[in-house]
Design a protein around this ligand. Structure first.
Ligand code: FE2
Length: 429
């Protein structure tokens, strides 16, 4: 007797009519026509069933704080950082936990069950770290939450930046962060990368840095990060988030840089919604997109995954916890509109991110955790186009969220008809 069988599903790799049987929270079988009884059965005919979504780059300590204490008028990254600095002294652990838990509820409803969040360590009170450690524990039954110690105001630039980051790691924060492009000088930035990689090597932790989140083509901290990764033997355990300066760099230089990044096995995390919103703000026309070189990085064999980064905070007044919205924007801004391109974008929201975060037992094969979604779409192309309803969200074999399918009922020229969330726009009764 299985705990659950999902019948007749379409899978992201294009297979159709596949059953998925679940026992003790794991995938027990995945093939056509599985025999045997189950306590619960879900009919997935003509529905895409995928692994749960992953967000490898988020700011859960800032989420849902939009308007506190005021709005970002210029819309720039730097005003966002200044605004967050105004709010920071007013932050309380209780309010941080409350907002984070509200976001996690939203995330679950969107099938987002694995999140890596940066935690600002600039305030020596470290209420952010205290709050996020509590949230991590409370959401563990339904979300895998990883925490990055993130010196928002600069590791060297902030008065207590060095000490506070180490204290956050001592408290149990999982990953070493950084923000080299925000240090006072390029030299300080490079020195911070070296120091932070050394801490990671000494403590046996991964690294995930905000790196070169700027339009400055001479912001080249990713070069230093790659070199230090090799030097400290951290290959495959380091992520470079944003990397927007690569958009503006000289092509010849980039051809050398990407080779170095590949040698270091850097995990690349662009944040398409935020990058297209914040970068190029100092340009007149033409305005740069600020998206790193996704196609070229993927072609060179680098692991690219996409982050949501922000939802309703000082940097971004939009967002809904929907990784398909992130993928939708990635398709546009990276101009990856081909069929194979789109499949790669879907992978970047799922399996690539699992690699970035080092998630174990993630996948659609026997023995993997049964962390699954059923979407109101037939395949990954339709999912990316429609950002459809998550009909069922399954965590370790249990349905933890259900949403009714979106169906519009029409009466046109006296004839009734219906549209299944845009899938069959010509269906008429
Ligand atoms: Fe970020």
């Amino acid at each position: 007797m299985f705990d659950l069988i999902i019948k007749n599903a379409n899978l992201p790799d294009g297979r159709k009519g596949i059953d998925i049987a679940v026992s003790a929270g794991k995938i027990a079988a995945i093939e056509a026509n599985i025999a045997g009884e189950a306590r619960e059965t879900i009919d997935a005919t003509n529905r895409l069933v995928s692994t749960s979504f992953i967000d490898p780059h988020f700011h859960m300590d800032a989420t849902l704080s939009l308007g506190l204490p005021r709005m970002n008028v210029s819309g720039t990254l730097l005003e966002g950082i200044a605004l967050w600095g105004e709010l920071r002294p007013q932050l309380t652990k209780e309010a941080l936990v409350e907002r984070a838990l509200a976001y996690c509820d939203l995330a679950v409803s969107q099938g987002l069950l694995h999140i890596r969040t940066h935690v600002d360590t600039s305030d020596p009170r470290l209420v952010t770290a205290e709050a996020m450690l509590e949230v991590k524990e409370r959401v563990a039954p339904y979300i895998d939450l990883q925490l990055v110690a993130f010196p928002q105001d600069g590791y060297y630039r902030a008065a207590d930046g060095v000490k506070s980051l180490e204290r956050a790691l001592d408290m149990g924060v999982d990953i070493v962060g950084g923000i080299p492009h925000f240090e006072r000088t390029m030299q300080d930035g490079a020195a911070s990368v070296e120091a932070l990689c050394r801490i990671a090597a000494d403590r046996g932790l991964p690294v995930d840095m905000h790196c070169d989140e700027t339009d400055d083509p001479m912001s080249r901290h990713i070069e230093t990060l790659s070199a230090q990764t090799v030097r400290f033997g951290l290959q495959g355990r380091v992520a470079g988030s944003h990397l927007t300066s690569m958009h503006s760099m000289d092509n010849y230089y980039v051809s050398k840089l990407i080779t170095l990044m590949a040698e270091a096995q850097i995990n690349v995390i662009p944040n398409p919604l935020i990058n297209i919103m914040l970068q190029g703000r100092h340009d007149t026309y033409p305005k740069r997109r600020g998206m790193t070189r996704v196609r070229e990085l993927m072609s060179a064999g680098l692991n690219v995954s996409f982050g949501h980064d922000c939802v309703m905070d000082p940097w971004y007044s939009m967002g809904s916890g929907d990784m398909l919205e992130v993928g939708h924007m990635a398709i546009h801004v990276a101009q990856m509109s081909g069929v194979e391109d789109k499949k790669k974008i879907f992978d970047a929201l799922t399996v690539n991110s699992a690699k970035t975060m080092g998630l174990e037992n993630y996948g659609l094969s026997v023995g993997c955790n049964a962390d699954l979604l059923m979407l109101q779409a037939e395949d990954v192309l339709e999912a990316l186009r429609l950002k459809p309803t998550r009909l069922a969200v399954i965590r370790r074999g249990k349905v933890i969220a259900r949403t009714e399918p979106k169906i519009s009922h029409l009466v046109l020229d006296g004839r009734p008809g219906q549209i299944d969330a845009g899938r069959n726009p010509t269906t008429r009764g």
